[in-house]
Write a protein that binds this ligand. Structure first.
Ligand code: ADP
Ligand code: MG
Length: 326
């Protein structure tokens, strides 16, 4: 399955656990918004909708990633409808599992999406803490027998109530049969059994490597019902991402700067040696341009009291942007 931006696949044949057990959580958390809206008399539709809108606002600001947004709407919908079902004493589906695999090149938004998910799942009452522990092979794999299981368990414990995000997870099968990476996978699988509803595991990495990894172990494949593909961004999306980035920092691109940026992205797309068709490169350019603007303003002895001048990134601020150390 593939689409232009991102693909969500859901393996529904595997009924596993997690989420809607959050009702227990909600009672503990007291202040979760649903409690305010949900009583014996019914559910306050408007307030509930507003709450969901608020929770998803930041996520909606992401450029592209349409299928990933759809997946989130699906999870939101399930929880929302579950609230109405509870009022009428119908069963709500508390058997969904949210462990995920994120496939895609560096800079395609995997870490950003995972962080936002952690926050939103907390707001929805699915996770109790909503933090994210980001690890890689070296944080999980030890040096002697037994060390790996211990290291892996420690990371899982840190992630309880939140998300454990394993970057370049395919490297856990790098060394073949005797490698300790496999011990880490076994420890992760065991933790998924032991702490069913207490954390969400996300495995991330390059598409091809992740496919190989998932299929190397049937236990792994069946435990990750949600697999998301993060495609490289198009040129238009990269420009949009750049605009979001500058806005977030209280800057803006002048029309000529935007044009210049387009040209830079286009050149990069045509470069046969390019290894980044994604947002990281754009972020680096923006950060450099912001430094260049500061130097330009000081050199020009501009009126630094003017918001307009302080905010404006001009095309000349992108000059020599591809050179290292400028
Ligand atoms: N869809 C998007 N909309 C806005 N900004 C994005 C988007 N995707 C990525 N970014 C930005 O690009 C940068 C790199 O993204 P990141 O999540 O680290 O990618 P990955 O984890 O896949 O390597 C981050 O600064 C992030 O804020
Ligand atoms: Mg990342």
């Amino acid at each position: 399955m593939s689409s232009k931006h991102a693909t969500a696949t859901s393996n529904t044949s595997h009924k596993i656990h997690i989420i809607l057990d959050h009702n227990r959580e909600l009672i503990k958390l007291k202040k979760t918004p649903f409690q305010l809206h949900h009583d014996e008399a019914g559910v306050d539709n408007k307030l509930l909708q507003d709450t969901f809108k608020e929770i998803i606002k930041e996520f909606n600001r992401l450029v592209g990633l349409e299928d990933i947004k759809k997946l989130m709407y699906g999870i939101f919908g399930l929880i929302q409808v579950g609230k109405y079902r509870e009022v009428l004493r119908l069963k709500s589906d508390s058997t969904q599992v949210l462990h995920m695999v994120f496939k895609g090149n560096p800079g395609t938004g995997k870490t950003t999406v995972a962080r936002l998910m952690a926050k939103m799942f907390k707001d929805l009452g699915i996770l109790s803490k909503g933090h994210m522990i980001e690890v890689e092979r070296a944080d999980l794999v030890g040096e002697y027998i037994g060390h790996t299981a211990q290291k892996t368990r420690e990371q899982v414990k840190k992630a309880l109530g939140g998300i454990l995000f394993i970057d370049e997870a395919y490297s856990l099968i790098r060394g073949g049969e005797k490698d300790f990476g496999r011990e880490s996978i076994d420890a992760l699988v065991k933790s998924m059994e032991d702490y069913k509803n207490d954390f969400i595991l996300i495995l991330a990495g390059y598409s091809i490597e992740m496919e190989a990894f998932i299929h190397s172990n049937p236990g792994v494949h069946s435990r990750f019902p949600i697999q998301l593909t993060f495609d490289d961004y198009s040129m238009e999306e990269l420009i949009e991402i750049a605009e979001v980035m500058v806005e977030e920092k209280d800057y803006m691109l002048t029309p000529s700067a935007k044009q210049k940026l387009k040209q830079l992205v286009m050149e990069e797309n045509e470069n046969p040696l390019r290894n980044l068709s994604n947002s990281r490169l754009v972020r680096n350019w923006i950060e450099k341009a912001i430094r260049n603007q500061a130097v330009r303003l000081l050199n020009e002895q501009q009126a630094l009291q003017s918001k307009h001048i302080l905010m404006g990134i001009q095309s000349e601020d992108f000059l020599d942007i591809k050179k290292k150390y400028v």
